[in-house]
Design a protein around this ligand. Structure first.
Ligand code: ZN
Length: 247
């Protein structure tokens, strides 16, 4: 582990185009259950039945009940040392680093804010639980401004929906363009807490390997790890501070 960590730290230090991909593992360590480990009553629902345009059309009140819980949990959670280490690294690397964040809890964004890294390359690929927008007119609002109705409405009368990317929806075209451009030019890929079975992670890791770009994987489990990768078999909370300090 120590040898891998040192190698990875050196690679990070030397990188001029560092692409970072963050996944559910980062949030899980902050105490936020992911879809796949939903609790209690929610266990009987498939994620697709709570987070898709069809689900929202069928039962918007149910979808909102689920999202309000997730919004509250995200607000109550705190960024941990792994989030803070990424923010510190972003400050140091400036324009030579981009994070593709697959989490919607806003914790990494908050860590960036706390450390003065806001504005450094960070894309919330799947949107954010901090916001909602109107299905009819597109106007957005902050989560704390959402009314208490079972299905909150926009002043225009349209339904508000959480500003997250649902199953069956596309990522923002701007994000995809930026991601593609970085994927073609990155000289190092750091994958943190992502199972790498779902797109875009599923595409980015093989692409990096095809281009002979080193891949560093931070994950206690060997998910998505292939021979030749630098695998740090720890959670982000422990691994990232050590990695960033060493780099
Ligand atoms: Zn509206």
């Amino acid at each position: 582990m120590q040898a891998e960590l040192r190698k990875a730290a050196l690679a990070i230090q030397a990188s001029r185009k560092l692409l970072v991909l963050t996944g559910a593992g980062l949030s899980r360590e902050a105490g936020l259950p992911t879809f796949r480990d939903a609790q209690g009553l929610w266990r009987k629902h498939r994620p697709e039945d709570l987070a898709s345009p069809e689900a929202f059309a069928r039962n918007p009140a149910l979808v909102w009940e689920w999202y309000r819980l997730r919004m509250e949990a995200a607000r109550a959670a705190m960024p941990h040392a792994g989030h803070q280490a990424l923010a510190a690294l972003a400050l140091r690397k400036g324009e030579s680093m981009l994070v593709l964040n697959q989490n919607v809890d806003g914790l990494l964004e908050r860590a960036y804010g706390d450390s003065g890294a806001t504005g450094h390359g960070l894309l919330a690929l799947h949107g954010s639980l901090d916001r909602a927008h109107c299905q009819r007119c597109g106007n957005g609002c902050a989560a704390e401004q959402i009314g208490a109705e079972a299905v909150p409405l926009c002043p225009c009368g349209g339904r508000l929906r959480p500003s997250v990317v649902w199953f069956g929806e596309s990522l923002s075209a701007l994000h995809v363009e930026c991601m593609d451009s970085w994927a073609r030019q990155a000289d190092l890929l750091l994958a943190v807490g992502t199972s790498a079975v779902v797109w875009p992670a599923a595409g980015l890791l093989p692409m990096a390997r095809r281009r002979s770009v080193p891949v560093v994987v931070v994950n206690p489990r060997p998910e998505g790890v292939e021979s030749g990768d630098l695998w740090i078999a720890e959670g982000a909370m422990r691994a990232l501070p050590a990695l960033v300090e060493e780099a």
